[in-house]
Ligand binder design. Sequence first.
Ligand SMILES: [Zn+2]
Length: 167
Amino acid sequence: MSDLNLIDPVAFATEKQSLQGRFLLSQLDERVWSHEYFADKQAEVSFTLQSGTDNLQRLFLDLSVKGTLTLVCQRCMLPLPFELNETSRIVLFEDEKSLDAAMLSDDELEGMLIEKELDVRTLVEDQILMALPFSPRHENCDNAVLEKANQDKPNPFAVLAGLKSNR
Ligand SMILES: [Zn+2]
C-alpha cells in the first residue's frame, strides 16, 4: 500500500498526473499520531495531489489536505473541532542554488529539491502539522464545559431501560 504513495516527482509533474487518497491519523508517522493536540487518532484525512508546469516553466505539485479533526483545547483540555483544509503549491528545483534564489525572490514560495522518489505520505504529514494552530483553544471554554456536561447526563430512556431490566 505504501508503494502507491511513492512517486517520481519529475515524471508525475511532467505528465500532469494526479493522486488521491485517505489516511487515518494512526496510519501516519508517529510525529503526527503522537502529537499532543490530536484528541482522536482515528480521524480520517483525505488528500489530492495535482501537478503541472507553472508560468516560469517550473514543475510543481499542488497538495490539498482535508479532514474533520478533533483537537485538545490547550486551556480546558476538552475536545475542540477543527476543520483541516490546507492547500499548498510545492515547486520542484534541480539544485540548491536555483532553489535558494527562487526562495529569496519570493518568500511565499514553497520549494523542494527534486528527489528520484517522493513519499506523498510525508508531504501529507508535513502539511497536517503545518496547518495546526499554534495553540488550539475554544473561543469560550465555559461553553465547551457546559456542552460536555449536557452530553454526560445519562439519557433518561437509557435509565428507564436499566430499571426495567433490573426487575
Ligand atoms: Zn477550551
